[in-house]
Design a protein around this ligand. Structure first.
Ligand SMILES: [Cu+2]
Length: 356
C-alpha cells in the first residue's frame, strides 16, 4: 500500500513539474488557485448571471477489514464475529462471508447558476459503479473456504440540490453558507448472485454498502471559508448531513459530519498545488432492511459509520484561459470504524469545470 502511494505521488509530482513548465505564461483572469481542491464540493460561489458546468470522477479502493482501528483477518472474522441473524442450522452463529476488495467509481455531473451576487444555486447528478469480491467459508464453523465470488451494482445514485449563500466577502476573506437537499433518485433494492456457506448460488438483495442510494431525503447544512493572499489560498468547510425520513425499506443511514481544511500555493496563474486534511464522522445505520439478513459483515447495520482522518494532495490547472482541470489523491491517516468494516486504501478525484 505505502509503496504504491509513494509511486503515485511521485508520478503526480513529475507530471506537475512538466506541466507547469509547459503552461506558465498564458494570461487570463481565471486563476487556478481561486477554486478549492477538486474533492471539496460547494467550495465557491459565482457572481450574478454566471453559469458553471462540472464533471468529476471519483475512484475509491478498499481492501481487507478493520475491527475498530485494528486489522482483523478473514479467519478471525469467520470464527469470531457474531452473525446477528443467527438461526442454526439455517443461518450460522458467526459471519461466514468476508469482503475482500471493493472499488467504487462515482461520476458526478454538476451545474451552478448565480441569480444574484449573494446566491449561487447548485444541482448535481451522480452515477455510481460498485464492485466487491468476497470469500465464503464452508458451513457453520471452521476455517475451510468454499470459494470466492464478486458482486456488482451500478446506476443512478442520490442527486443533490443546494444553495450557497454569501455571508461575507472582502476579496481576501470569503464566507458562505451551504444549504443542501439530497434526493434519493437511486435504487436501494439492488440484487446480485452470492455463494452461500451451504454451497448454493442464490440471488439476494445486496447489503447496504453495495446499494446505490440511501433511499432517504437528506438535509445538508454547512459553512465554507476561503482566504486569499498573494500566491497563497487557504480554506475550511464544515458540513453536516442528516436523513430526514426512513426509506421504503425502513432504515436510514447515519448522520455525517465532515470537516476539511486546505492550503494551496500558486506555482503560476494557471497551476496551483494543494494539501488538505479531511475529518469525517458518521453514525450507524438506524433501523434495518428485513430482506438483508445474510451471514456477512456488511449485512449488519451496526457495521456502518465511524471516524476517519485523511490527507489529500492535489493540483488545479486552467487551460486556454477558462477550462479548469483538477486532480486530488487521498489516503487515510487514521480509520476507526464501528464494528467490522472494510479498510479504505486510497481515493482520487479528477474534475473538469467550465464557467460561462
Ligand atoms: Cu462553480
Amino acid at each position: 500500500m505505502f509503496k504504491h502511494t509513494c509511486l503515485t505521488l511521485g508520478l503526480i509530482a513529475t507530471g506537475l513539474v512538466s506541466f507547469s513548465s509547459l503552461a506558465d505564461t498564458s494570461h487570463s483572469s481565471t486563476r487556478a488557485i481561486t477554486h478549492a481542491p477538486i474533492g471539496v464540493m460547494g467550495d465557491h460561489t459565482h457572481s450574478k448571471g454566471e453559469y458553471m458546468m462540472s464533471y468529476r470522477m471519483m475512484n475509491m479502493e478498499m481492501s481487507g477489514n478493520l475491527q475498530g482501528s485494528k486489522s482483523i483477518s478473514n479467519a478471525q472474522i469467520a470464527t469470531s464475529v457474531a452473525n446477528p441473524f443467527a438461526n442454526p442450522p439455517m443461518s450460522p452463529p458467526t459471519v461466514r462471508v468476508v469482503p475482500q476488495d471493493m472499488s467504487t467509481q462515482m461520476h458526478m455531473l454538476g451545474f451552478m447558476y448565480a441569480p444574484t451576487n449573494n446566491m449561487t444555486l447548485m444541482a448535481m447528478i451522480n452515477y455510481v459503479d460498485k464492485d466487491m469480491s468476497l470469500t465464503t467459508y464452508q458451513g457453520g464453523m471452521g476455517t475451510n473456504t468454499l470459494g470466492n465470488f464478486d458482486t456488482a451494482s451500478s446506476g443512478l445514485a442520490d442527486s443533490k440540490l443546494a444553495m450557497l449563500y454569501r455571508l461575507f466577502d472582502s476579496g481576501k476573506h470569503k464566507l458562505h453558507a451551504n444549504i443542501g437537499w439530497i434526493i434519493p433518485t437511486g435504487s436501494e433494492e439492488e440484487t446480485a448472485e452470492v455463494l452461500t456457506p451451504m454451497n448454493m448460488r442464490m440471488t439476494m438483495r445486496l447489503p447496504y454498502g453495495m446499494q446505490l442510494s440511501s433511499g432517504s431525503h437528506q438535509g445538508e447544512l454547512g459553512l465554507t471559508y476561503n482566504g486569499f493572499y498573494d500566491q497563497y489560498s487557504w480554506g475550511a468547510q464544515g458540513l453536516y448531513t442528516s436523513p430526514l425520513n426512513d426509506n421504503d425499506q425502513e432504515y436510514k443511514v447515519g448522520d455525517k459530519l465532515q470537516m476539511t481544511a486546505w492550503a494551496a500555493y500558486a506555482v503560476s496563474d494557471v497551476l496551483s498545488t494543494s494539501a488538505r486534511l479531511k475529518y469525517s464522522h458518521s453514525g450507524k445505520i438506524r433501523g434495518m432492511d428485513s430482506i438483508i439478513m445474510a451471514p456477512v459483515t456488511t449485512a449488519n447495520p451496526a457495521n456502518y459509520g465511524g471516524e476517519m482522518l485523511d490527507l489529500a494532495l492535489g493540483f488545479n490547472t486552467v487551460v486556454a484561459g477558462k477550462h479548469r482541470l483538477a486532480f486530488e489523491y487521498q489516503i487515510p491517516l487514521s480509520q476507526d470504524v464501528n464494528g467490522v468494516q472494510m479498510e479504505m486504501d486510497n481515493m482520487w478525484t479528477v474534475g473538469y469545470q467550465l464557467a460561462f
